[in-house]
Design a protein around this ligand. Structure first.
Ligand SMILES: [Mg+2]
Length: 284
């Protein structure tokens, strides 16, 4: 049974939950504004999209009149930064747009981490949702993997002096990104392209449904005080299930009542038309 009186933190998906494309879903956004201003709840904002920086989401959310600060935005770029620090990497080949590269360079400026391609020094290949992806970037990733992670062969006569295997991670698993004209390629196809080339596969994939994205929330609240709110069962509900927290399913986005009827997993803690209905008396 979903008990809103026990909740202190809501982790909100954006598209389909608080926004429909660029437009706010008014009743849901009003609920978030009221809950923030009264101090009743703390809200976090969850996105897998690593083609944008947290500052860009900050602008979008504050543009809907929601009071918000950067520590409330959860993106896999936070997990990637934490991973680079935890492993002590100093040389990362980051495949990302220039905006995201600049953001990561600023975040990691105290740790003296290079984010450029350097076949002798790179310790990690990190793939983000790079909307400026080029053939050269993909070819370098494959070559780095060939020279460092595959056994010497006549097919690959050029080797690096450094023969320590390079790690490969991806920021999130999404195959497509919803667009106004339907699905467009996301990072999933980029991973597939590399895998098809030489078998390279990421050792770790951050982002939904990996619960590591919720680490900053779980550090501040007990699992029973948290709920994830979203419109997708296979990402938003999956991250809630993986983190052991309640899931509020909204019908303002992708999931329909028909999808829920056909869904074989454990049902969401509560199903509402829009997020604000979570406190309605009709939902015991
Ligand atoms: Mg969504």
């Amino acid at each position: 049974m979903f008990d809103i009186s026990r909740k202190k933190a809501f982790v909100c998906d954006l598209d389909g939950t608080l926004f429909m494309g660029p437009d706010p879903i008014a009743p849901a956004v009003d609920f978030v504004i009221r809950g923030t201003k009264s101090g009743r709840f703390k809200f976090f904002y969850l996105t897998n999209n690593t083609s944008k920086c947290p500052a860009e989401y900050l602008r979008k959310i504050s543009g809907a009149a929601i009071p918000v600060s950067e520590d409330q935005i959860l993106t896999p770029l936070i997990t990637l930064e934490a991973y680079i620090r935890e492993k002590g990497f100093k040389s990362v080949y980051l495949i990302a747009g220039e905006n995201v590269k600049a953001h990561m360079a600023a975040r990691l400026s105290d740790a003296e981490v290079s984010l450029d391609y350097d076949p002798e020094r790179n310790e990690l290949i990190a793939l983000a949702y790079d909307k400026e992806l080029t053939y050269a970037k993909l070819a370098r990733a494959a070559e780095l993997w060939n020279m460092r992670n595959r056994p010497p062969s006549p097919m690959c006569p050029v080797r690096t002096k450094n023969q320590t295997p390079v790690e490969f991670v991806a920021t999130h698993p999404d195959n497509c990104c919803p667009g106004e004209r339907g699905p467009i390629p996301d990072i999933g196809g980029m991973m597939k392209l590399l895998e098809t080339t030489n078998g390279m596969k990421p050792g770790r994939v951050f982002g939904k449904p990996s619960p590591t994205l919720l680490a900053p929330v779980l550090a501040q609240f007990a699992p029973e005080e948290i709920a994830v709110v979203g419109d997708r069962l296979y990402t938003d509900k999956a991250i809630a299930d993986n983190a052991g927290v309640d899931f509020v399913c909204v019908l303002s986005g992708e999931t329909t009542r028909g999808d829920l009827a056909a869904y074989k997993g454990t049902p969401p803690a509560i199903v509402v038309e829009t997020f604000d209905k979570v406190e309605s008396k009709e939902n015991p």
